[in-house]
Design a protein around this ligand. Structure first.
Ligand code: NI
Length: 188
């Protein structure tokens, strides 16, 4: 049975996104050794969940699955993409961007990260990926890669920002719905 037929057998499901405080967000995700039907279904469900949020990226641990896969849509008209077992190298430059995370809903901070980065990995068909990314795309790759390492964007804040963030998280107790991504800020 072709992958597309298999996929057509069931509706796409949207997951609940795990939020700050959930231990799965703090674990290193494990490599995917075989792209089986479960991985394909997970990828499609993650894309659905990302669009429903809405966000520009989503990593498997954010839906409670401790595997090295993320999905993204950088709004460049190429649609949604899946990256399995990503590696990042050649970080260069600095770029500050108002960054949020679907697992830390409703909060954004200006965060400095590398402006450019080179990503390798494989796609859902098992093809090797090699992408030189700049600005927003590089930001998404670094953010989602961090999720696979068990890191949240809070760890990228300076100590003053982090103090404010923790205070804000305690006060709001994460009860606000996530704000829609817009303008020069996005969540993943
Ligand atoms: Ni995130």
């Amino acid at each position: 049975m072709r992958e597309a037929d298999l996929y057509a057998l069931r509706p796409v499901a949207s997951y609940d996104i795990r939020v700050f405080g959930d231990p799965v967000l703090r674990l290193r995700a494990t490599e995917i050794t075989e792209i089986d039907d479960g991985v394909v279904r997970l990828a499609h469900d993650m894309i659905e969940t990302m669009y429903a949020a809405p966000g520009v990226g989503l990593a498997a641990p954010q839906v409670g699955v401790q595997r090295r896969m993320f999905v993204y849509d950088a709004h460049d008209e190429t649609g949604a993409h899946v990256v399995i077992n990503p590696e990042l190298r050649d970080h260069s430059g600095e770029w500050t961007y108002e960054e949020g995370c679907l697992s830390v809903p409703g909060l954004y901070w200006p965060i400095v990260r590398a402006k450019e980065v080179h990503l390798t990995g494989i796609d859902l068909d098992g093809n090797e990926l090699s992408i030189h990314a700049d600005e927003l795309l590089a930001r998404i790759f670094q953010h989602e890669f961090d999720h696979l390492e068990g890191k949240l964007l809070i760890e990228r804040l300076d100590s003053e920002q982090r103090k404010d963030a923790m205070r804000e998280l305690r006060t709001r107790a994460l009860e606000l719905p996530g704000e829609p991504a817009g303008g020069r800020r996005s969540a993943g």
